[in-house]
Structure formats: C-alpha cells, structure tokens
Design a binder for this molecule. Sequence first.
Ligand code: KIV
Length: 286
Amino acid sequence: MSATQDVRAMTPPKVAERKGGVPLVCLTAYTTPVARLVDPHCDVVLVGDSVGMVLHGLPSTLGVTLEMMIMHGQAVRRGLEQSLMIIDMPFGSYEESPEQAFRNAARVMAETGCAAVKLEGGETIAETIRFLAARGVPVMGHVGLTPQAVNTFGGYRVQGRGSDAERIVSDALAVSEAGAFAVVLEKVPEALARRITGEVAIPTIGIGASAACDGQILVVDDMLGLFGDFRPKFVKRYTELGEAAAAAVAVYAREVKERRFPAAEHVFADAPKPADADASNSGQAA
Ligand code: KIV
C-alpha cells in the first residue's frame, strides 16, 4: 500500500527552526483515537517503538518489528491533522548498513506517510544518518539511554554520569553534524542535558533530561497513568486514567451480575423511536 505525501502543518525544518525558541511539545501515540486527542496540543507525535512494551506487553523494545511500526504508523496518521509524525525504526531494521536503513526507512515513509524517522545511537550511527538525510529521509536522533541497547547497558540506567558525559556529548554532536534535524536526550544528568542543548545546533528533546532542552517528550500512556507496570522517575503522571478505568470496569461487572445493565435507555423497542439514535456524529437510528 502507499500513502500520499504528508502535507501537515509541522515539518522537520520547522522543528529545526525552533532551536532556542518556544519548547517543542512532543508525545507518543500508537492508535487513531489517541492521535486525535494529542494532535491539537503537540508539535511532534512519535510512533515510538515503546509501543511494544506499552501496547503489546513485550519485556523490551527489542521484539518490535517493522510491520508493527508501519501498522501503528498508519493508525496514528489517520488521527493527525497538524503535528509532525515521526516513526521509530525498530531494532535490527537500520544498524547493518546505511543501505539497509534507507530501504526500510523508505518503506516506512511510503506506507505510513510519515515525514521523518527516529534512529537510536550516536557516533556509530552518524554515517547512516548522513546517508538518509542526503536522500530525502529526515532523521531525528536519540542519544543517552537508548532502550534498544538495554542489554549492552545492563538495564535502563542513567547515562553520561561523571567521565561518561563526554561520550554523550560526542554522540549528540555526531548526530547533529550528520544532518539530524533534532535529537532526543534520554535519561542523562540535568546539567549534561543543559550543556548539550547549548552545544548542538539542533533542538534537543528531553525525556528524563532537563527543562532547558528545546522540547520535551513523554510516552502518552505513562503521563496519562495508563501504563502501571513501570514508573520511571522522569515521568510526571498528569492523571490516573488506569485507576479510573479499573473502577469503571468494576462497576460494570457489578451491574451486569445484578442485571442493572443494560437499563431501559440502552435497549430498543420493537418500533423505531427518536431515542434509538446513537450518540455519534452520524446521528443514525439503529
Ligand atoms: O519509543 C519511544 O517512545 C521513544 C520515546 C520515549 C523518546 O523513543
């Protein structure tokens, strides 16, 4: 399947222009309804490979496939009108060579209509970023804690403490110099994120980084309190939808057992009545 060119209001160059300006608002989304919900408030909507852990119950992002990213990308695109949609390239789809990265990124762009992809990695992936950027594939970088390298790091630890800071600075500079239009800084010390933001030419998007970054991103299910298994310190839970949903399901279960649901207003008479209309935009009687 193919998709038409993305003509949304926000573009990779417009994101790049926001360096040092009003902070960029970024969230993840994996489905059409959530994309519709976040779109009016966001500059960037990332179809993150966190989808594997958040929606599919995987233990890490390593099992996420290109097909999963494309399917969720197509769903998100249907819900966006103005934000820039970026899609994560999953583990194993870009590391082998710049050619492999281009082939898979081109497929993701053609099949979802996204205008950019995100790759994890710093100096080691800079050549690939340069190759893609020169061939019409805008790239967002991702340095610091890169979850696809969880086995190399031995866990989801803060990266760049002490003498390790220079490694993260070199990674961010390499990604910027290779032509990325923005870079995610994940789980690094606040002072280091502030320093990198001052040193790189492109916007930094923080997650567990610093308010000094040029933008912020969170996993939407985390900030809505929907994903309870894992609660990183850097996530602010703006609401607890998971608790509200669990309470609603408990009430539903009780009402079903007590035959209090469905009530008179949820059932149909033999002859159609105006009250039979569904509460939707279509307004069609059942
Ligand atoms: O996969 C993801 O959701 C991400 C963001 C948290 C930056 O990479």
